[in-house]
Ligand binder design. Structure first.
Ligand code: NAD
Length: 496
């Protein structure tokens, strides 16, 4: 970063093989946030080979579990120490508010602590085969060399969901952050080195996915690819990986419904629902895979609810994430703002009713950044692309229903299935609806929360595999059944 080497391969820091660099832009004001090395495919292949060599020498996988757990805890301690520095980098790189970046860092710390605890207690499973001379047990072993690819919206958070369980399991890995937001991952890799991660266990390359992708994925040296990003990229990776029958986990996009029933009840229930719908979609300017971008609301309350939402949305303070007064920051780049603007134009041409936003902020102070106002479209339906496609910006669409079955049908009428929210004061209805929704996470009378101990992932085109929780560790492990006969006899099948 800024002259220091940024590629970490086989325990050494180095510049890109061809000396290329990339300018990282601060989306809050268009300034240069940092200049980083841009890896070549050759660098990426070196990183894979280093990870393979270290995995194959067996020492890391053989490290006692207690030592690996202690290492994860040391990483967590350093994350606490460097919380502010990492948060500042994340905000400068992504534009998200500093308050959000600090929450990210706390969550990352808890992921490392969680997997330190989980690996320490994971036990082999004994299987009773009904014969006292047979010891049958199922053990877990590291899956091997992992390629970990992350997106730009939660750069270090998404990467930590992969690195922590991979380290816990005893894997070696190549880490590739998004080329748009590599800064926190570079700093984090230095932190891993300081914590004592052995050379070659974690290798870092950053650069364009299109350029590095094949070097990282089109190889028999890799055992597992864990990818978080868009559907199109996930599909490409799965196709390339299939050539080598490489295991793949995909955490992809979402177009997440938030179902609001008329029985939300008291004034407090109403205010809470408005607040959660608002936060669920406009936090981080909508650049959240699980953002509640589709409000699906009971017809009888829709007009009043949308009016309240619009009034609140218009008051959201959009600004530089470094300013404590800002409630949400800019979009990640000019290019991404262009995409969001084209979706707004599409929504208008498709006949949706623009209720608020639909423009850049007029404040001249924000003119140099990639800001966009919280935007609501009412009177939407499933024929509109604005309702079916992930815009990844601050855009809420509103659809209306008249009964519970229609609400469920609309909530499930999506190619995705990452997350959904339900608001009702009727507990019975709440339980019925959450069970009927085909989404990986469903919040009932809440929205957006997760914990390191519970699985995260999607149904449908939101991907396959799970992160976090026990399954998030199992992804990085192979199971092996060991059948041990302590009193061998003849097999006795062939008589001759
Ligand atoms: P993206 O697919 O453009 O890029 C993601 C990563 O893949 C980047 O590091 C990129 O460099 C890399 N990449 C690109 N082409 C590649 C290739 N051919 N081979 C290997 N790697 C390649 O996604 P993005 O725009 O960075 O992120 C936004 C997307 O991520 C949204 O769709 C969002 O919903 C999704 N996302 C999902 C989750 C989840 O938990 N399901 C979480 C965060 C973001």
């Amino acid at each position: 970063m800024n002259g220091e080497p940024d590629l970490y391969i086989g325990g050494s820091w180095r510049h890109a093989g061809d000396g290329a660099t990339r300018d990282i832009i601060n989306p809050a004001d268009g300034s240069l946030a940092a200049r980083v090395d841009e890896a070549t495919p050759h660098d990426a292949r070196d990183a894979v080979t280093a990870a393979r060599r270290v995995f194959d020498d067996g020492s890391w996988a053989a490290t006692p579990v207690a030592e690996r757990a202690a290492l994860l805890d040391r990483v967590a301690d350093l994350l606490v120490r460097d919380r502010e520095e990492l948060s500042l980098l994340e905000t400068r790189d992504t534009g998200k508010t500093l308050a959000e970046s600090r929450i990210d860092m706390d969550d990352i710390t808890s992921v490392f602590r969680y997997y330190a605890r989980l690996i320490a207690v994971q036990a082999d499973r004994l299987v009773d085969v009904g014969d006292p001379s047979i010891i049958s047990r199922v053990v877990r072993e590291p899956v091997g060399v992992c390629v970990l690819i992350a997106p730009w919206n939660y750069p270090l958070l998404q990467m930590s969901w992969k690195v922590a369980p991979a380290l816990a399991a005893g894997c070696t890995m190549v880490v590739k952050p998004s080329e748009v937001t590599p800064l926190s991952t570079i700093a984090f890799t230095r932190l891993l080195e300081e914590a004592g991660v052995p050379a070659g266990v974690v290798n870092l390359v950053q650069g364009s996915g299109a350029t590095l992708g094949n070097a990282l994925t089109d190889t028999a040296e890799v055992d597992f690819i864990s990818f978080t990003g868009g559907v199109a990229t996930g599909r490409t990776i799965a196709q390339v990986a299939a050539k080598h029958v490489t295991k793949v986990a995909l955490e992809l996009g979402g177009k997440n419904p938030h179902l609001v029933f008329a029985d939300i009840g008291t004034a407090a229930g109403w205010d809470s629902a408005v607040d959660h719908v608002l936060t669920g979609v406009f936090l981080h300017s909508g650049q959240v895979c699980s953002a509640g971008t589709r409000l699906i609301i009971e017809e009888s309350i829709a007009d009043d609810f949308v009016a309240d939402l619009a009034a609140r949305a218009a008051k959201i303070r959009v600004g530089d994430g470094m300013d404590p007064a800002s409630e949400t920051g800019p979009l990640v780049s000019e290019q991404h703002r262009g995409k969001v603007e084209s979706y707004v134009a599409l929504g208008i041409s498709e006949g949706a009713t623009l209720v608020c936003g639909g423009a850049r902020p007029s404040d001249p102070v924000l003119a140099k950044g990639s800001y966009y106002l919280p935007t609501i479209f009412d009177r939407c339906d499933r024929s509109m692309r604005i309702v079916t496609e992930e815009t990844f910006g601050p855009i809420l669409t509103v659809e209306r229903f008249t009964d519970e079955s229609e609400a469920i049908r609309l909530g499930n009428d999506t190619q995705y299935g990452l997350a959904a929210g339900v608001r009702t004061s009727d507990a019975g209805r709440g339980e019925r609806v959450v069970r009927a929704l085909r989404h990986g996470t469903v919040w009932l009378n809440d929205f957006g929360y997760y914990t390191a101990a519970a699985e995260w992932g999607g149904f449908g085109k939101s991907g396959n595999g799970r992160e976090l929780g026990p399954t998030g560790l199992a992804e990085y492990q192979e199971t092996k059944h060991i059948w041990h006969n302590v009193a061998p006899q003849k097999a006795g099948w062939f008589k001759g």
